[in-house]
Design a binder for this molecule. Structure first.
Ligand code: FPP
Length: 273
């Protein structure tokens, strides 16, 4: 049985079977990114406060982490708080930050025990210092773990990320460290907050809206999207499996045509014999 116990629940035989079918059927995405949306609506429909939706969403985070790690996903990136979320009512922001602090305190040891590495991207200095300290401790404690990288996008936006990259690149051009004609995709990738990870293969959005909401703008150029009406607090591993099944049916052409992909696959197969 798998050595992972983020949810504290025993993995059922059906779940083991479902995961092995997914692994046999096709490629498991190396990087899954999630826009966790619908917490507020979930709470409202139950006559509860918005923060209750966020709290309920923590169980979905645990289940998503556990299922992705068991499947062999290498990177899981969660959009937990956007730059624009700072515009929310103060009470909601502070309740969200408290929830984040509590969750980090409760879960970091568990992440470490399960060989999971914690990472964070965004304008982290804007976070309350207690939150930032918890985050830094968690990142430090788990820094050598290998199984899967969990990146929390906090106070993050794609435009912030690109703007920062432009600033550091132009600084290097000014200093003569870099020539402007040498700026290309790789150089830009290397200056983004996500420089240590591959671009997302699959982006899941819960809550039914068809938009990117300033998430990984540069990085999602060729990402496959899966949008579900399910609100984040109701999202469970079976929804992850559905998303990956859908992903496995997509033909990722990266601007090429099907025949070229087929030829590439043939060449790869021949080289591996
Ligand atoms: C969007 O739903 C969700 C957020 C802004 C916060 C996400 C936070 C969590 C799931 C909890 C903690 C996370 C971690 C990583 C511990 P919304 O409020 O915009 O929902 P709505 O669109 O229905 O209003």
């Amino acid at each position: 049985m798998e050595k992972i116990a983020i949810t504290n629940k025993k993995q059922t035989k059906e779940d083991v079977l479902r995961q092995s079918l997914l692994k046999e059927r096709g490629q498991i995405p190396e990087h899954v990114a999630i826009i966790m949306d619908g917490n507020g609506r979930w709470a409202k429909e139950r006559g509860r406060m918005r923060i209750q939706g966020h709290k309920a969403g923590v169980d979905s985070v645990r289940d998503a982490i556990e299922a992705c790690a068991q499947l062999g996903v290498g990177h899981l990136t969660l959009y937990a708080f956007s730059t624009e979320n700072w515009r929310r009512p103060k009470a909601e922001i502070s309740a969200l930050m408290k929830l984040l602090i509590q969750t980090l305190r409760k879960e970091t040891l568990n992440l470490n025990k399960n060989d999971l590495k914690l990472n964070a991207i965004g304008e982290l200095e804007r976070l309350p210092s207690v939150c930032l300290n918890e985050l830094r401790e968690g990142i430090e404690m788990t820094k050598d773990n290998q199984r899967m990288v969990i990146t929390l996008a906090l106070s993050y936006s794609g435009r912030w990320d690109i703007t920062n990259a432009i600033k550091s690149i132009s600084e290097k051009v000014k200093n003569g460290e870099l020539q402007s004609e040498d700026i290309n995709d790789e150089v830009i990738h290397a200056h983004l907050a996500t420089s240590e990870m591959p671009d997302p293969d699959l982006l899941i959005r819960t809550g039914g809206d068809f938009r990117i909401s300033n998430f990984l703008l540069w990085q999602s150029a060729y990402t496959e999207f899966f949008i579900t009406d399910t609100y984040w607090p109701d999202f469970r591993r079976t929804n992850i499996y559905e998303a990956i099944e859908a992903y496995q049916t997509r033909e990722r052409r990266f601007g090429m045509i099907s025949e070229q992909l087929y030829e590439k696959e043939k060449e790869k197969a021949a080289a591996s014999v």
